[in-house]
Design a protein around this ligand. Structure first.
Ligand code: ZN
Ligand code: MN
Ligand code: MN
Length: 283
């Protein structure tokens, strides 16, 4: 089985540098924020920046972008909702210029308005964005960690949203930490089997287009979105050995590390641990 591994790379010093850093670590895939993830404002993307990035990413199997943190596609607040849709549209335009095919977006929080209202908001938001930008980029809804008021933590809800959008450009990014924190026990054989069955039943495995590989600082069903270095959290080495054996989910799908590192060079440690785990999983 082929494993395509990469990590979320910093863009400090220029977008194209993220690709150089990924190359330096031997990755064939990576993910970036195309702008400041903690603000609403950002400078425009210049032609030069886009060209530099596109040429630096030559040879990579998979290049992905992650939406900033402030937008909430499930927000019941009209103003936040409109700004969030605008932000997704902007991300799609940037992705088009950067030749990025996959955009990861958190499903969001209904802030107390109820799960059904939240799902309807997300459906509307993603449909509107897909209608307003013509590109062959995909919007990947990321499963959430089961936090209070979160909308996309259950596969049933992700499935409902996706069916409502009814567009091949919408998919799912499966985050291992979020799934575990939401109560899907991917660390054990029976838990993983049940998780895969539910994922296939409610979402459909063909919709899973990216995997986020993170260990979890919170326990099973803790509802905590707290990532941990691979092998050091509640999923643990044994748990990842189990997870990485899920051929139907992993084969051909890029896996991106979003582990808490102080410096991107530290991803090399997670990568080494993963390679050890993969060797064991194969044996
Ligand atoms: Zn995310
Ligand atoms: Mn993630
Ligand atoms: Mn997270």
């Amino acid at each position: 089985m082929e494993y395509i591994i990469g990590a979320h790379m910093p863009i400090t010093g220029g977008l194209w540098k993220s690709a150089e850093r990924a190359k330096e670590l031997g990755f064939r895939a990576f993910q970036i924020f195309t702008r400041n993830p903690r603000g609403w404002s950002y400078p425009e993307l210049s032609e030069k920046e886009a060209e530099e990035f596109v040429s630096a990413t030559e040879g990579f199997i998979s290049v992905n972008s992650h939406m900033p943190y402030l937008p909430n596609l499930a927000s019941p607040n009209e103003e936040t909702f409109e700004k969030s849709v605008e932000s997704l549209i902007e991300e799609m335009k940037r992705a088009k210029k950067l030749k990025i095919k996959y955009i990861v977006a958190h499903v969001g929080s209904h802030l107390g308005a109820g799960i059904e209202a939240g799902k309807e908001r997300v459906r509307k938001a993603v449909s509107r964005a897909l209608e307003s930008v013509s590109c062959d980029c995909h919007v990947l809804l990321e499963n959430m960690a089961g936090q209070k008021n979160s909308v996309g933590s259950r596969f049933e809800d992700l499935g409902d949203i996706i069916r409502g959008i009814n567009d091949d450009r919408v998919g799912v990014c499966f985050d291992t930490c979020h799934a575990f924190a939401a109560g899907y026990d991917i660390a054990t054989r029976t838990g993983l089997k049940r998780t895969m069955d539910e994922l296939d039943k409610h979402v459909g495995l063909r919709r899973i287009m990216l995997i986020h590989l993170n260990d979890s600082k919170g326990g099973l069903a803790s509802g905590l979105d707290r990532h941990e270095r691979i092998g050091k959290g509640f999923i643990g080495r044994k748990g990842f050995e189990n997870f990485l054996g899920a051929r139907e989910l992993i084969e051909g799908r890029p896996m991106i590390l979003e582990t808490p590192v102080n410096d991107y060079h530290e991803y090399a440690d997670d990568y080494r641990v993963l390679q050890e785990i993969i060797r064991k999983a194969k044996a």
